[in-house]
Design a protein around this ligand. Structure first.
Ligand code: AP5
Length: 214
């Protein structure tokens, strides 16, 4: 089964992708994570990507499509969760063509609906484990008091450079202008289901399971 998690920054895409990896053994393909890896490479491309991401703008279609093409071309177990990709109509067309070429279906597109006020609260309270990437939140999922990640034993936690109110406004604008048209695009293809992303993360996971089992 191959699915897309679609939603604005902070909707909980990464959180739910990690749950699905555990419960269904699926593979998360997060273009955000791939780009964060690229920016630490020290290459010219990495530097350009870093500046665009920190400003909250979208990286070019050419770069992100190339990253996804590379991952899908490498093969491996099917059962992909596309997290943060596609984000434009051009990316959606490219993904459709890639999946068709590989003979893989797109089974579902799950739109995670969360209002803007909650997004700002979630993003500004987020941190991640520097070792395993487990996502924490100062309010809803705090780092344990002993400062040790229960997932991997890591003790370093990071906050993202683009997790501030200014970048977030640009990221939200990019979502509404460039990404939200994908809701109609996938609705027209009969692939779209919406879940209420304002529920607690376990209830959201149950709602996603219901869509996938339908
Ligand atoms: P990316 O890394 O994809 O970020 P994003 O889409 O902005 O999404 P986030 O990772 O911020 O949020 P999320 O929905 O995963 O939420 P999370 O689960 O962490 O992209 C970053 C940048 O890379 C982009 O701005 C762009 O520059 C570039 N980029 C990436 N892909 C691109 C593409 N395809 N094309 C062009 N450019 C691209 O949850 C957030 C917080 O909320 C956490 O603290 C979590 O613990 C908490 N939380 C989660 N669920 C719940 C819940 N149900 N209740 C309460 N709290 C919750």
């Amino acid at each position: 089964m191959n699915i897309i998690l679609l939603g604005p920054p902070g909707a909980g895409k990464g959180t739910q992708a990690r749950i699905l990896m555990e419960t269904r053994g699926m593979t998360q393909l997060s273009t955000g994570d791939m780009l964060r890896d690229a920016r630490t490479s020290g290459t010219e491309m990495g530097k350009k990507v870093a500046a665009v991401m920190d400003a909250g703008k979208l990286v070019t279609d050419e770069i992100v499509i190339g990253l996804i093409e590379e991952k899908l071309g490498a093969g491996g177990a099917p059962g992909y969760i596309f997290d943060g990709f596609p984000r434009t109509l051009a990316q959606a067309d490219a993904l459709g063509a890639l999946l068709e070429k590989l003979g893989l279906p797109l089974d579902a597109v799950i739109e995670m609906q969360v209002d803007d006020e909650a997004l700002i609260q979630r993003i500004t309270a987020r941190s991640t484990c520097g070792s395993c990437g487990e996502v924490y939140n100062d309010i809803t999922k705090p780092i344990p008091a002993d400062g040790i990640c229960p997932n991997c034993g890591g003790t370093e936690f990071k906050r993202r450079a683009d997790d501030n109110e200014d970048s977030l406004k640009t990221r939200l604008l990019a979502y509404y202008k460039q990404t939200s048209p994908l809701i109609g695009y996938y609705y027209a293809k009969g692939k779209l289901s919406a879940v209420d992303g304002l529920q607690d993360m376990h209830a959201v996971a149950v709602a996603i399971e219901k869509v996938l089992d339908a």
